[in-house]
Design a protein around this ligand. Structure first.
Ligand code: BES
Ligand code: MN
Ligand code: MN
Length: 454
């Protein structure tokens, strides 16, 4: 039996096993889920052992453990490092899920549950592809290193430390990641660019304490009003970010690349269906795809303060808060941008409020040429798995580790996503199309098998 037949015959088994993984609520952001995080790490380690890895380690870190496995028994063959994450985003708001977030359910050809697309389903694709190759041939076709972390959704802090201390151990000819999306249904995709991400929080303090808005209103600064005014001043009418120097280092994307990106089978209709807004805004002079993939942004993520309970409370709050982020593109430097943003915000704020400014995390953008031979191998493998030619895309999301790896090892990074943009990653009713899950296992098995002949 060849591995393609083996994989075909194991569809139910694979899916049932994925459900087991999805039932573990490995939410990295919440302390109460620490035992689940540990359980998920053990689960992954166990599956890697079953897949044929003799060296499997659960590495404790300052926060959540990472799982490392390796098999270096294919002399003369390439070595790849596969990276993914077993942690997931919180499932809230729970009442918006059609079926519970941690009770995976199949409906209309999709599997629903937190982590299906981001990233447990995609990690499972690789484990099952590798296991199938090992079960059919008694060994892996190439040398494989696997690194699955549990802190991706909270900024991969421990991971960077681990990479710095284990540079020799992690060295590989290529980094392989499946934590992105396909351009659209039926369009297998390889991602060659991601945006970077800086995340910020501010706290404004006006009066020293909350005040009766009748007794004091009219003569004291209201930090909530000031906060709202602030965010009204950070974009111009063309939706450009009004932070001096923000665009200074933005790399110019060539006319040829823009043309190629705009020629992709990307459909406004699908985008509109996924978003469902009454209308759209974006930086003038750029198409939607360009706004999403090659332009930096400034986004307000959360704003709070004052009274939010039932009925009315006449109060001037002492404090107002906001969380916001900037998505970055090559060659913007996260540290430099953080400084520019802080400077402008302090400049715009009146002297009537104090501002505490925190940068919660920074992450570099990434874009790289896809000329190495491995990209052709990946494209060929995707064609075997999906019967369609894969396209090369950029994306707007961020995986800081990819940039770190690229900067450290200077090797090709092959990002093959099996999610879809409308699969509700980070939102209620997250799901993964079964067609892409099964097609993914088949493609990745071909990819690893074909890499033996690179
Ligand atoms: N898998 C995503 C990143 C992603 C999503 C890349 C879609 C391309 C397309 C990852 O798990 C994620 O959510 N990243 C965060 C940043 C991280 C530092 C928390 C993001 O992009 O907001
Ligand atoms: Mn992810
Ligand atoms: Mn995510």
């Amino acid at each position: 039996m060849n591995f393609a037949e083996f994989i075909e015959g194991r569809r139910d088994e694979h899916l049932n096993e994925l459900c087991e993984f999805l039932r573990i609520p490995s939410v990295s952001a919440k302390t109460e889920h620490k035992p689940d995080i540990e359980r998920a790490a053990k689960w992954v380690a166990g599956k890697l052992t079953e897949a044929g890895f003799k060296t499997v380690q659960i590495v404790p870190t300052a926060l959540h453990p990472l799982v490392y496995a390796e098999s270096l028994e294919a002399p003369g063959k390439p070595t790849i490092l596969f990276y993914g994450h077993y942690d997931v985003q919180p499932a809230e708001p729970l009442d918006l899920w059609t079926s519970p977030a941690f009770e995976p359910t199949v409906r209309n050809g999709n599997i629903f549950g937190r982590g299906t697309a981001d990233d447990k389903g995609q990690v499972h694709i690789h484990i099952k592809a590798l296991e199938s190759l090992h079960k059919v041939n008694g060994k892996f076709p190439i040398n494989v290193k696997v690194l699955i972390e549990g802190e991706e959704e909270v900024g991969s802090v421990s991971l960077w430390d681990y990479v710095q201390k284990n540079k020799t151990k992690l060295k590989a000819d290529a980094l392989i990641v499946s934590d992105t999306s396909m351009l659209a249904k039926g369009v297998p995709s390889i991602t060659y660019g991601l945006r970077g991400l800086n995340y910020y929080q501010i706290e404004l303090t006006g009066p020293e304490r909350d005040l009766h808005s009748g007794v004091y209103g009219g003569a004291v600064p209201n930090p909530l009003t000031i906060l709202s005014e602030l965010f009204g001043k950070l974009h111009d009418k063309d939706f450009r970010v009004l932070v001096p120097g923000f665009y200074e280092d933005v790399a110019k994307v060539s006319a040829a690349e823009r043309k190629a990106l705009n020629a992709l089978p990307w459909k406004m209709k699908d985008f509109d269906k996924a978003v469902g807004a009454p209308g759209y805004v974006g930086e003038k002079g750029f198409t939607t795809v360009e706004q999403l993939w090659i332009r930096p942004t400034f986004e307000l993520n959360g704003i709070w303060g004052g009274y939010q309970g039932e009925g009315a409370k006449t109060v001037i709050p002492s404090k107002a808060y906001a969380k916001f982020s900037t998505r970055l593109v090559p060659n913007q430097d996260p540290q430099k941008i953080a400084k520019l943003v802080e400077k402008q915000i302090r400049k715009l704020l009146p002297k009537t409020v104090k501002c505490k400014f925190d940068v919660l995390s920074t992450g570099k953008p990434w874009a790289a040429p896809f000329t190495a031979k491995i990209f052709l191998t990946a494209q060929g493998a995707l064609e075997k798995g999906f019967g369609k030619r894969a396209v090369f895309i950029r994306e707007g999301g961020s995986i800081p580790f990819v940039t770190q790896m690229h900067d450290t090892f200077n090797v090709p990074c092959v990002l093959i996503g099996f999610g879809l943009p409308d699969e509700n990653a980070h939102a209620p009713d997250e799901h993964l199309a079964l067609e892409n899950y099964f097609g993914g296992i088949k493609s990745i098995a071909h990819f690893y098998a074909d890499l033996a002949n690179l």
